[in-house]
Design a protein around this ligand. Sequence first.
Ligand SMILES: [Zn+2]
Ligand SMILES: [Zn+2]
Length: 126
Amino acid sequence: MVYEGGCLCGEIRYRIDAEPLSAGYCHCRMCQRAAGAPVVAWVAFPRDHLSFVKGDPLAYQASPRAVRRFCRHCGTALTFEYSSDTRTVDVTIASLDEPNATEPVYQIWTASREPWVHLDGEAPEF
Ligand SMILES: [Zn+2]
Ligand SMILES: [Zn+2]
């Protein structure tokens, strides 16, 4: 299975030739700010199966532990990588061409979850 996606303006396109490892919602304040959204849905893939086939996203060292990549032109949040774990990369589900190809099954950082966010099905919290 091949997953493809990209940013809002089309400058960045990526391709993943692997199955997703896991998918979940993140309620942390950094995701909220990076995406300008109350919650971000991420899907994890093996990192060496992700390639940017068009454009070169900007890498932002959001913390000592993590790098976020986004389109320098339109700002779409694309990926999240832990410095300490080089095996996986998280991809924003909403930037996939077919966001319904995977479904978040857990949620993290619920301490900073906005009280007005209501998720259908209520994925288990960690
Ligand atoms: Zn863009
Ligand atoms: Zn987060």
